[in-house]
Design a protein around this ligand. Structure first.
Ligand code: MN
Length: 225
C-alpha cells in the first residue's frame, strides 16, 4: 500500500478569515504532503510493513525496525494527525456541541466557554511543536480530558480516543499570526466542526468501534467519512 494525501474536505479558502488560505495550501500541500512522501520513502525497503495503515504504524512503533523507527513515528503520526485535523474544521457556521457531547463538556469543564479557555491555555503551553486534543479514555466511564502531545504523537498511544485536535506547530499559524500562538488558538473556534466531534463522541460509545477504525486506510479517518 502506498500512503496517499487525500484532498482537503473543503477549499483552502473556505476557512477564511479564521484560517487563511495561504497557510492552508502550504500546510496541506507541502507539510502534510511531505509526511506522506517521507513515510512511503521510509517503507520502501520494508515490503512487510507496506500493507499496514498509518495508524497501525504509529501505534506499533516497537514492531518497526530500528533504522526507520524514528522516521515512521514522525511521518505516520504526521499523516494520521493532519488527516484528523482537516476534519476537525469546517467553514464557519457558528455551530456548537449538542446533546450528550454538550452535556459531557459541561460535566467535565463546567461550560463550553471554560472548555475553550482551558483548551487554548493547554495549546499555548506546548513547548516547541505539538498538538492539543480533546480526548476520552477508551471503554471507560471517564470524563473528557484535554491533552497535549509533542511532535506528531497521538493520544491513542496512551489509550485515549481523540475527539478534537488543533495543530500548534508554528507552520499552522505563523504566516497569519507570526509568533502569537494564543491569537491563533483564540481565533480558531468559529471553524471547529462540532458535528465531527459529536460523531467521534458517539463512536467511542459503540462497542469496539474504535478498533474497526484502526485498520482503515488513513487510520482513524476512513470510518468517519
Ligand atoms: Mn501541521
Amino acid at each position: 500500500m502506498t500512503h496517499v494525501l487525500r484532498p482537503l474536505p473543503y477549499e483552502p479558502a473556505a476557512l477564511e478569515p479564521h484560517v487563511d488560505s495561504r497557510t492552508m495550501r502550504l500546510h496541506h500541500g507541502k507539510h502534510h504532503a511531505s509526511y506522506v512522501a517521507n513515510l512511503n520513502a521510509a517503507l520502501e525497503k520494508y515490503p512487510e510493513l507496506q500493507a499496514r495503515s498509518a495508524l497501525w504504524l504509529l501505534l506499533s512503533c516497537d514492531q518497526v525496525p530500528e533504522p526507520i523507527r524514528a522516521a515512521v513515528r514522525i511521518n505516520a503520526g504526521g499523516h494520521v494527525n493532519h488527516s484528523l485535523f482537516w476534519r476537525a474544521m469546517s467553514p464557519a457556521r457558528g455551530s456548537a456541541p449538542t446533546g450528550l457531547l454538550a452535556e459531557a463538556i459541561n460535566e467535565s469543564f463546567g461550560s463550553l466557554e471554560q472548555f475553550k479557555a482551558q483548551f487554548a491555555e493547554a495549546g499555548g503551553k506546548v513547548f516547541g511543536s505539538g498538538w492539543v486534543w480533546l480526548a476520552r479514555a477508551e471503554r471507560e466511564e471517564g470524563g473528557l480530558q484535554i491533552l497535549t502531545t509533542p511532535g506528531h504523537d497521538n493520544p491513542l498511544t496512551d489509550g485515549c480516543y481523540p475527539l478534537l485536535v488543533n495543530d500548534v506547530w508554528e507552520h499552522a499559524y505563523y504566516l497569519k499570526h507570526e509568533n502569537r500562538r494564543p491569537d491563533y488558538l483564540k481565533g480558531w473556534w468559529p471553524v471547529v466542526n462540532w458535528e465531527e466531534v459529536g460523531r467521534r463522541f458517539a463512536h467511542v460509545h459503540a462497542d469496539h468501534a474504535a478498533e474497526t477504525e484502526w485498520e482503515g486506510e488513513g487510520g482513524l479517518v476512513a470510518a468517519t467519512a
